[in-house]
Design a protein around this ligand. Structure first.
Ligand code: AMP
Length: 216
């Protein structure tokens, strides 16, 4: 299965993708995570991307399409993927379609997480993750059970994204509205879009996604 999770930053794509990885044995492909890993490794691509990411703008399509193309060719992607944060422009959606057609594959489902933009700044402002296993937390909505210790792996080091601040968030939301939302009609025309209420509790969003997947 090739599943796309679509929604603005803070909609809950990463949280739901991590759950679906376990329950459906799919692989989460987050272009944001890939770019952050490249930046941390100090590669040319990573350093170029980091400057753009820190401003909240979108990284050029060609760079993203090349990166995801290589990733989709790895053996683990053959069992099915959850695309988290990709595609983010119509050009990326078109390139994905062409890339998959060449492998005899296609997108099976696009889940749109519908959220209220005003709530997103609060969600983003408090989030952090475990540097060891990547588990996501939030100061108010989802703190670790024991302060300073990751529930999943016992790690004690956490990280906050530099672009998770109210100022950069405005640019990221603008990019979503202007460049990413137009891909909805692209997939609606193919009958692939299913909507879920991204403002609900995490467990409720999860069950709505599971129900939507039955209809894909
Ligand atoms: P995310 O982790 O999905 O919120 O992405 C963080 C940042 O990485 C974005 O604000 C963009 O700068 C960049 N990025 C991630 N995925 C893409 C993509 N598909 N196209 C362009 N830029 C991307």
């Amino acid at each position: 299965m090739i599943l796309i999770l679509l929604g603005p930053p803070g909609a809950g794509k990463g949280t739901q993708a991590k759950r679906l990885e376990k329950t459906r044995s799919l692989v989460q492909l987050s272009t944001g995570d890939m770019l952050r890993a490249e930046a941390a490794a100090g590669s040319k691509l990573g350093l170029e991307a980091k400057r753009i990411m820190d401003e909240g703008k979108l990284v050029p399509d060609a760079l993203i399409i090349g990166m995801i193309g290589e990733r989709l060719d790895r053996p683990d992607a053959a069992r099915g993927v959850i695309l988290d944060g990709f595609p983010r422009t119509v050009a990326q959606a078109e390139a994905l379609e062409a890339m998959l057609a060449g492998k005899g594959r296609k997108v099976d489902c696009v889940i749109e997480l519908k959220v209220d933009e005003t709530a997103l700044i609060d969600r983003i402002a408090g989030r952090f993750s475990c540097t060891q296993c990547g588990a996501g937390y939030h100061d108010t909505f989802h703190p670790p059970r024991k302060a300073g210790v990751c529930d999943q792996c016992g790690g004690t080091r956490f990280d906050r994204r530099k672009d998770d601040n109210p100022e950069t968030m405005k640019t990221r939301l603008k990019a979503y509205r202007e460049q990413t939302a137009p891909i909805l009609p692209f997939y609606e025309g193919r009958g692939l879009v299913r909507q879920v209420d991204g403002m609900a509790e995490v467990a409720e969003v999860a069950s709505q996604i599971d129900a939507a997947l039955e209809r894909c």
